[in-house]
Design a protein around this ligand. Structure first.
Ligand code: GLN
Length: 235
């Protein structure tokens, strides 16, 4: 068994490259039946409405929802986070289908357009606690969403100060790292059981700790990636 990476659009190759560096086989997923060959899944960043249209075209939504319901580890990065959210704001007219399962409200393109993309040093104590290294992680935010509300079972892993021009009542998160309160911050990384979501792109950095963290999630709960085998074993 190996780690599936939804390969409809976006940065799936980059995720597979990081997995390869960690000695793990990433399997491109484009059809519902391919999900049976993997025991965890990464939904990459890209453009969530395009990805949703392609997922619809390939009839992937029921299988993806089932995969999440089975408690298998799933990690959504950026557009992948939007896919996993129970509710998304800032969608195009008519909305778009979501996989759901992650008890949060996400705001698409929260930080603005492509030219307002940025990098920022994030404080992620959980990552340092589990993976070692610094308490900070360099987040690459590309037309990134932000999480503006989370349910009680959601663990906030990282937040980010709300840009001053964005301080509007509805766009301020009700959570912050280590506690579920705080005002002028939005949430940019969360975990809810076997679901992991980041508003930024760890696959575009040289720091592979988020991928290592994800690979261990299945082991912690007895689901998923425990049976990951290395590429060397497969070849
Ligand atoms: N803004 C994009 C969307 O709504 C997500 C951007 C990304 O994945 N880098 O789909």
């Amino acid at each position: 068994m190996a780690v599936g990476v939804l390969a409809l659009q976006g940065s799936f190759n980059e995720h597979i490259a990081v997995l390869r560096r960690l000695g793990v086989k990433g399997v491109e997923i484009r059809k519902p039946e391919q999900l049976q060959y993997v025991d965890s899944l990464i939904i990459p960043g890209g453009e969530s409405t395009t990805m949703a249209k392609l997922a619809e075209l390939h009839n992937l939504f029921p299988a993806l929802r089932e995969f999440v319901k089975m408690g298998k580890p799933v990690w959504g990065t950026c557009a992948g986070l939007i896919f996993l959210a129970n509710k998304a704001l800032g969608q195009k007219t008519g909305g778009q289908d979501l996989v759901g399962g992650l008890d949060c409200t996400v705001h698409r393109n929260f930080f603005g357009s492509q030219i307002q993309s940025f990098e920022a040093e994030l404080l992620v104590p959980e990552l340092a606690a589990k993976e070692g290294g610094p308490e900070t992680f360099r987040g690459v935010f590309i037309r990134a969403p932000a999480i503006i509300d989370v349910g009680p079972d959601v663990q906030v892993l990282a937040d980010y100060p709300v840009p001053s021009d964005k301080v509007v009542n509805s766009a301020v998160a009700s959570g912050s790292v280590g506690e579920k309160s705080g005002s002028n911050k939005v949430i940019v990384a969360v975990r809810q059981g076997n679901l992991l979501a980041t508003a930024f792109h760890p696959e575009l950095t040289a720091d592979s700790r988020w991928h290592s963290y994800f690979l261990k999630m299945g082991n912690e709960t007895g689901e998923g990636t425990s049976s990951c085998i290395s590429i060397r074993e497969m070849e």
